[in-house]
Ligand binder design. Structure first.
Ligand code: PGA
Length: 255
């Protein structure tokens, strides 16, 4: 597998943080620090911050994304936002299937699959999150869980549409806990995901797929994690909210 085939992607996942005014300020802080990045830089922000983020990111190399979208194009789904609405704003990226959606909001592999298909149909690129719980890792079923999540999420997605998919391996026990997977653990599971892509599509598609690691990635461990053959970038929570930390991770990915 040739890592050179894949452009690194560092995406911030702001979760439920920042008002529109704070968004403008943070994007303005990040922009000059990452202007020479040799990787794709994305900030995925809360729905209400999307417009402010887009305005602040104009003329910079920062792309803006959302953190979720619904599977229907429109209709009686109070409180939801459709993929078409996001695309109509000129957005390109959306996170789907984050473990916090799965854990706290009843997201299942099937609803993840529905959202993925809607996002692709709207022309968005999906950052698809998969990852095992601590109990599952301790039971030794990490590969099975992550493979199954990947396969179900991609059901009905064609080989051509894979160019609209980025996968983020996020072990749930490492998210927001300060416990990072070791670089070898991250590499191993990203490799398992790559094998799944080869199995359901082909080797060429697997070689081109960008697979990120996420879960307490920070300015200190980014170098080692990103040096691994199967780790093509990061989905960054906490550290993406501090401009200098986020910029350091982007610097590591640009090497
Ligand atoms: P973290 O979050 O970097 O704060 O662990 C990562 C994520 O949830 O995407």
């Amino acid at each position: 597998m040739n890592k050179q085939l894949r452009k690194a992607i560092i995406a911030g996942n702001w979760k439920m943080n920042k008002t529109p005014a704070e968004t403008t300020k943070l994007i303005e802080e990040i922009a000059p620090l990452v202007k020479n990045a040799d990787c794709t830089v994305i900030a995925c922000v809360p729905f209400v911050d999307l417009h402010a983020a887009q305005e602040a990111a104009k003329g910079t190399n920062i792309e803006i994304g959302a953190e979720n979208c619904h599977w229907a194009t429109s209709g009686a789904f109070t409180g939801e936002i459709s993929a078409d609405m996001l695309a109509s704003m000129g957005l390109k990226y959306v996170i789907i299937g984050h473990s916090e959606r799965r854990q706290y909001f009843g997201e299942t592999d099937v609803t993840v699959n529905n959202r993925v298909k809607a996002a692709i149909a709207a022309g968005l690129t999906v950052i698809l999150c998969v990852g095992e719980l601590l109990e599952q890792r301790e039971q030794g079923i990490t590969s099975e869980i992550v493979s199954l999540q990947t396969k179900i999420a991609l059901q009905g997605v064609s080989k051509e549409q894979l160019s609209q998919i980025v996968i983020a391996y996020e072990p749930v026990w490492a998210i927001g806990t300060g416990k990072t997977a070791t670089a070898d653990q991250a590499d191993e599971v990203c490799g398992v995901i790559r094998d799944v892509i080869a199995e359901i599509y082909d080797i060429e598609s697997a070689g081109k797929m960008t697979i990120q690691y996420g879960g307490s990635m920070n300015e200190q461990n980014a170098d080692e994690l990103l040096s691994k053959i199967h780790v093509d970038g990061g989905l960054i929570g906490g550290a993406s909210l501090v401009a200098e930390k986020f910029a350091k991770i982007i610097e590591a990915a640009s090497k």
